[in-house]
Design a protein around this ligand. Structure first.
Ligand SMILES: [Zn+2]
Ligand SMILES: [Zn+2]
Ligand SMILES: [Zn+2]
Length: 274
């Protein structure tokens, strides 16, 4: 078996170059190595965020999404809202947040969507790294959700802006350090509200799906106020740190369950049930 004869880390390209004894050279992207590393730091379980790259994979997924959106909009040929009007931007921010609420809610209520969203909930700690802990597949489903924005004429540029603001907003609420925020708690999704969302306690299960505005939860009956600090994680904890397992674990459970069912109808229905 060939052993490495030289290792070179290039911070500029974010790669590790391994030269093997037999002369073979491998150039490995650091995010790829991090994804395979089972250590707690790389998998978002530790309290450190310092050595975790903000995710080249996440940026690539975003490009994919925006490309699909622009393409879809072009194909539709529906008139666009003016980029120069302030209300286009405000409308897009609110409409996207509304759609996010429903997509997030279905991600908890529909099995095949939960199979990917579960990755975000497997952490038993609650800190900023949890915000980066996202499923590898979720993007495949979420782009369909934003189709209504394309249909009503939100320009791709405004869509990217709103979607990035929504994502960035949700980053900072993954913290235990901010307790309550006074009257803002009525309108905005806050660390307190989102801690409830990550709680595995019976009172907190399937509550507070909001992205930026908590009003959706208040109006659609899924709101729960934080009483005691939640126990973070899923009701059935994931017993391993391998990111491949984190992404496939629940899919495997669903396939096993489907196969154990005698009736075809049940086998199909399990993917859409809670
Ligand atoms: Zn590591
Ligand atoms: Zn969730
Ligand atoms: Zn979260």
């Amino acid at each position: 078996m060939a052993r490495p004869s030289d290792l070179a880390h290039s911070p500029r390209d974010n790669t590790l170059t391994i030269t093997w004894e037999d002369g073979t050279v491998s150039v490995l992207p650091i995010p790829y190595l991090r994804a395979w590393c089972p250590c707690a730091g790389c998998q978002g379980h530790s309290n450190t965020i310092a050595h975790r790259p903000a995710g080249a994979d996440m940026r690539a997924a975003k490009l994919w999404e925006v490309g699909a959106y622009a393409l879809g909009r072009g194909a539709l040929g529906i008139p666009e809202m003016p980029t120069t009007a302030w209300w286009t931007w405000v409308f897009a921010l609110i409409a996207l947040d509304f759609l996010y609420y429903w997509f997030h809610r279905w991600s908890h209520e529909v099995n095949f969507l939960w199979a990917s969203h579960i990755v975000h909930h497997q952490s038993e700690e609650y800190n900023l790294t949890v915000a980066l802990r996202q499923s590898a597949f979720q993007g495949l489903f979420s782009i369909w959700l934003y189709l209504p924005l394309a249909l009503v004429g939100v320009p791709p540029l405004v869509y990217v802006f709103s979607s990035q603001i929504n994502t960035i907003y949700q980053f900072w609420i993954h913290t235990r350090l901010v307790k309550r925020m006074g009257p803002l708690e009525w309108v905005l999704n806050t660390p307190s509200h989102h801690r409830v969302h990550h709680g595995a306690d019976p009172l907190y299960l399937d509550r507070n799906y909001a992205g930026m505005l908590i009003v959706w939860d208040r109006w659609f009956g899924s709101f729960q106020e934080e009483r005691e600090e939640p126990t973070y994680g899923t009701t059935k904890p994931l017993a391993h740190w391998n990111p491949l397992w984190a992404n496939f674990d629940y899919w495997a459970t669903l396939i096993r369950e489907a196969r154990s069912m005698p009736r075809l109808r049940d086998r199909l229905q399990i993917w859409f049930r809670h």
